[in-house]
Design a protein around this ligand. Structure first.
Ligand SMILES: NC(=O)c1ccc[n+]([C@@H]2O[C@H](COP(=O)([O-])OP(=O)(O)OC[C@H]3O[C@@H](n4cnc5c(N)ncnc54)[C@H](OP(=O)(O)O)[C@@H]3O)[C@@H](O)[C@H]2O)c1
Length: 169
């Protein structure tokens, strides 16, 4: 199972100005397009309950695995799987459902947990031209990693898409 972390960040490394903020409120249309294309290509996304609340609906042609401590109390919806427990078990569940790769789609707590457990193989970071000054950082807690640079691509005149690999996984 290939595990790919995907995030849009401000130049000062934030993923949102507040918990309630939806990423599409501030990211470029080119980044939204990249997110849609990549997530459709992979088919499966894992995200935390808070991030899911900012989207609030299933995404066409994709399965969202929403991490929550109370999966049984959630109302089920087509395309949404409420799950929890060990991250390794969640990945096994995604694999069992027929996916060979999965996108880790945030937020900060979920990015941090997957990195901390050494489960991430690749990162795609879209850098948007803002300084938020305050807000939610990309990571809340993360060990040291030396990343392998793969590519940088301008998505438009202001926005860069960075691609890295984590070599030791
Ligand atoms: N810029 C970007 O690319 C990007 C991407 C994603 C998110 N965001 C932003 O990030 C913010 C949210 O981030 P966040 O760190 O506050 O929240 P989050 O990671 O989205 O969600 C945290 C919640 O997920 C559940 N959870 C997390 N890990 C779990 C585990 N191992 N097992 C069971 N449940 C687990 C818990 O929900 P329960 O309380 O239900 O148990 C927890 O309260 C939002 O503002 C969002 O817009 C930005």
């Amino acid at each position: 199972m290939k595990v790919i972390l995907l995030a849009a960040i401000s130049v000062d490394g934030k993923i949102a100005q507040s918990r309630e903020q939806n990423s599409t409120d501030w990211t470029s249309k080119e980044d939204v397009r990249f997110f849609v294309e990549k997530s459709k290509e992979i088919g499966a996304l894992i995200m935390g309950e808070t991030t899911y609340q900012t989207i609030g609906r299933p995404l066409k042609d994709r399965t969202i695995y929403v991490l929550t401590k109370n999966p049984d109390s959630q109302v089920s919806k087509k395309g949404i799987v409420f799950t929890g427990g060990l991250l390794q078990d969640v990945l096994k569940q995604v694999e069992k459902d027929g996916f060979s790769s999965v996108l880790i789609a945030g937020g900060a707590s979920v990015y941090s947990q997957f990195l901390k457990e050494g489960l991430v193989n690749e990162l795609f970071l879209t850098v948007e031209p803002y300084l938020f000054g305050q807000g939610i950082p990309l990571l809340t807690d993360c060990p040291f990693f030396s990343l392998e640079f793969v590519s940088v691509k301008p998505l438009n005149q202001q926005t860069l898409l960075l691609h890295y690999r984590i070599p030791s996984v």
